[in-house]
Design a protein around this ligand. Structure first.
Ligand SMILES: Cc1cc2nc3c(=O)[nH]c(=O)nc-3n(C[C@H](O)[C@H](O)[C@H](O)COP(=O)(O)O)c2cc1C
Length: 302
């Protein structure tokens, strides 16, 4: 299950997705102790943000609807947790950053590099903050190109992955824009939507923000298709994300072309033992087909 990704050695191809348990060193450590290969921090920007008022996360039959609103302690505080995590674990840590303006992405990246994360993941695709920031940067090719170039310039030797959503002018095209502007990897996908759930007794939307991003099993087919399309269009590696709950879902992601597979909502529903379970399932799959590593079947669905 050992996996090489952009010259990083991971004990497993599984990654903790941004936004779930990625706020503190101790919670990230608990995740890697349960055989997760790498962790992604909660997205942070320059200044601390409160996010949206509760209720901001609603479970439903096929996943979660969330409008957390990118609450975070601000870049300077966030990097302290990265530094603490690096003292207690050898597993790679990915710093997830975002900005309210293109320039802010560069400034946040400057702070992030101080903690020397193993990768910077650039969130240009959160669907929850559309009204505040206008159209997500990830839906605008010129903005995504500019952010990619800027963060890459600041990051130096640290690899940069751009996290895209399935919306906008087409994820495969956006991935190509990222690759052409220096991205080392693509993370696909963010939450989908936004969507809405209505409380039928109160007769109002459940989320205080009214709408939120959809995650979990409901979006697996969209995520698999997105990874499949991106894999066809670029030669940089992909961190496949979205709806992975069981080992079979992770195998689908790898067959579509993912080099790593990250999990968010599954951790909410199944607990951190989900990483052990999925690793065991992939291991059994390798043995069944006589593969030595996941590289033997990556992209096999094409
Ligand atoms: C509660 C919650 C908070 C999230 N926060 C972030 C975030 O801060 N940054 C980010 O890039 N993605 C965030 N995401 C999106 C996840 O990282 C992931 O891309 C998405 O949920 C799809 O994967 P999943 O179905 O495994 O959860 C969040 C998702 C959830 C459910």
């Amino acid at each position: 299950m050992k996996t090489n990704f952009l010259n990083l050695q991971l004990n497993s191809p599984l990654v903790l997705a941004s936004g779930i348990l990625g706020l503190t060193a101790s919670s990230m450590k608990r995740v890697v102790d349960n055989s997760c290969g790498a962790v992604t921090t909660k997205s942070f920007n320059l200044e601390a943000r409160k996010g949206h008022p509760n209720p901001s996360i609603v479970p439903f039959e096929h996943g979660l609807l969330n409008a957390v609103g990118l609450s975070n302690p601000g870049a300077e505080e966030a990097i302290k947790e990265i530094e603490r995590f690096k003292q207690v674990s050898d597993a790679p840590v990915f710093a997830s950053i975002f900005g309210r303006t293109i320039d802010e992405y560069g400034k946040v990246a400057e702070i992030a590099v101080k903690a020397k994360p193993h990768l910077i993941e650039v969130n240009v695709s959160c669907p929850n903050v559309r009204s505040e920031f206008g159209t997500p940067f990830g839906d605008v090719p010129e903005d995504t190109a500019a952010i990619t170039r800027l963060v890459k310039q600041v990051a130096g030797d640290i690899p940069v992955s751009i996290k895209l959503g399935p919306h906008g002018p087409g994820i495969a095209r956006m991935a190509k824009v990222c690759e052409e502007n220096g991205a080392d990897a693509i993370t696909a996908i963010n939450t989908v939507g936004p969507g809405m759930l209505i409380d039928i007794n109160v007769q109002k939307p459940v989320l205080s923000n009214k709408t939120g991003g959809v995650s979990g099993p409901a979006i697996l087919p969209i995520a698999v298709k997105s990874v499949y399309e991106v894999y066809k269009n670029v030669s940089i590696p992909i961190i496949g994300t979205g709806g992975v709950t069981h080992w079979q879902d992770a195998v689908q992601m790898i067959l579509a072309g993912a080099s790593l597979v990250s999990l968010g909502t599954a951790v909410y529903y199944e607990g951190i033992d989900v990483f052990n379970k999925i690793n065991m399932g992939i291991q059994t799959y390798l043995e069944k087909f006589g593969y030595e590593s996941i590289e033997d079947f990556r992209g096999g669905a094409h």
